[in-house]
Design a binder for this molecule. Structure first.
Ligand SMILES: C[S@@+](CC[C@H](N)C(=O)[O-])C[C@H]1O[C@@H](n2cnc3c(N)ncnc32)[C@H](O)[C@@H]1O
Length: 414
């Protein structure tokens, strides 16, 4: 009975090809594969063996040809780099066999495993696959991009070490940058990223950068990009991932965490939808005040800013007639007539006083540097197409609220 052998040749150097695969190659009458793989195998090929070189991207034709030759009684070897079962020829072979309602015996099919690019990379750089990992191909030739996006987000949520295959090509140049942006919202900026090009080949080039500094433009289709999990670390010129988790490596919290039990007053989140014609007074003219002003303008409020100075953005809003400005420090009467007040100066005592005065006058007030002194506080917001996401931490840890908002927004943008 003829045999169709699906043979993994490893990542490049033939020292990484398994003996069982070499034995199967020797038994073949016909060897089919890309010319570069046939060149790589030259010293293992005997003169009597017929070579069939195929073109990139003709997987189904190649699979059909190999099955036809085996069905005619020849021992056929189909070769693929790395492991033939990973983003390679084993699947198209089985797809064609399924179409032909293959019984399991004619031809006899054997698969010979090999060292995939992710394993070869891992071995060259240390022990980055010490915990759960996954591989994601960023090629959207056969997989719709939304499916790939979903997987990147899921791997980010799961804190998997990720090996990106087919990471970037001339035509597909932004997807890897997008994937790294997702991961930056879930893992520390110092997470190691291994950029491994032509591993075990003569021009092998492997470097390690941080997730924060990663530049997708240095990556091409001969490269595997391996991103550590939140625990992965660099040691000398190597990268490793521990078998377990410690406190230290938990995903970032940018300021001190708090628990609900610590709060005697719980908040009741509401959403301001309309302040058209209502007076909103923002006391302070810095970046925090600027964010509040933007939000208030978006719900139609008449915004007055009280501050000796303005940010450039506030100055532009003033020049364009969107806000009014009292160019001086806060005075008690500034809150008269206001429906809502934001105390956002850089003086603690002034902010506290604004909170107290507003509370006495039943005016809604947010105190930027001490949320409990006011009657409300803002949350970290993401506006999706038809969903608004607001994340709050009782005003205690705005950094954590932003982190969770950043992570959740990837779920909305499906
Ligand atoms: C179509 S996939 C084939 C994967 C292969 N079957 C394997 O198991 O490694 C091609 C991608 O594998 C990765 N790759 C394969 N060999 C590599 C090597 N020697 N060095 C770095 N990346 C490699 C690259 O990401 C490349 O774009």
């Amino acid at each position: 009975m003829s045999t169709l052998s699906l043979i993994s040749i490893g990542p490049g150097d033939l020292d990484y090809m398994l003996p069982a695969a070499m034995g199967a190659l020797r038994r073949a009458d016909v060897i089919i594969g890309y010319q570069i793989y046939l060149d790589q195998l030259r010293k293992l090929i005997a003169p009597h063996q017929e070579l069939i070189s195929s073109q990139l991207g003709q997987e189904v034709q190649r699979a059909t040809h190999a099955i036809d030759l085996a069905s005619q009684g020849k021992n056929v070897a189909m070769v693929s780099s790395g492991d033939i079962g990973i983003y390679a020829m084993a699947s198209p072979i089985f797809d064609v066999l399924r179409e032909r309602e293959w019984s399991g015996s004619e031809p006899h099919v054997e698969v010979f495993p090999g060292v995939s690019a992710i394993q070869a990379t891992a071995a060259q750089i240390g022990a980055p696959l010490g915990h759960d990992f996954c591989t994601i191909s960023l090629s959207d030739l056969l997989t719709p991009w939304p499916v790939i996006q979903k997987r990147v987000k899921a791997a980010a949520w799961g804190d998997f070490v990720i090996g990106f295959y087919n990471p970037r090509s001339k035509k597909r140049d932004w997807q890897l940058g997008w994937a790294m942006d997702v991961l930056r919202d879930f893992r520390p900026g110092e997470t190691p990223v291994v950029i491994a090009r032509n591993v075990t080949r003569p021009d092998e080039d492997i470097s390690v950068v941080t997730l924060a500094d990663f530049d997708p433009t240095v990556v091409d289709m001969f490269t595997l990009v391996l991103v550590g999990n939140s625990q992965s670390y660099v040691l000398a010129d190597k990268v490793a991932t521990p078998r377990g988790y410690t406190e230290k490596g938990q995903p970032r919290v940018t300021d001190g965490a708090s628990t609900q039990g610590e709060h005697d007053i719980l908040s009741y989140p509401v959403s301001l939808t309309q302040l058209t014609g209502k007076m909103a007074t923002v006391i302070g003219g810095g970046p925090v005040a600027t964010r509040k002003v933007r939000g208030l303008l978006s719900v139609g409020a008449n915004v007055m800013v009280v501050s000796p100075d303005l940010t450039d953005t506030l100055q532009s809003l003033l020049d364009e007639g969107h806000i009014t400005w009292l160019s001086r420090k806060y005075e008690t009467q500034d809150i008269d007539g206001a429906t809502i007040v934001f105390a956002a100066t850089n003086e603690r005592d002034v902010n506290r006083e604004i909170g107290e005065v507003c509370n006495r006058h039943n005016i809604l007030c947010s105190v930027a540097d001490a949320p409990k002194e006011g009657s409300f506080h803002s949350m970290a917001v993401h506006r999706g197409e038809d969903v608004v996401l607001a994340v709050g931490t009782q005003g205690e840890t705005p950094g954590k609220a932003k982190q969770v908002r950043n992570q959740l927004r990837w779920l909305l943008d499906q």
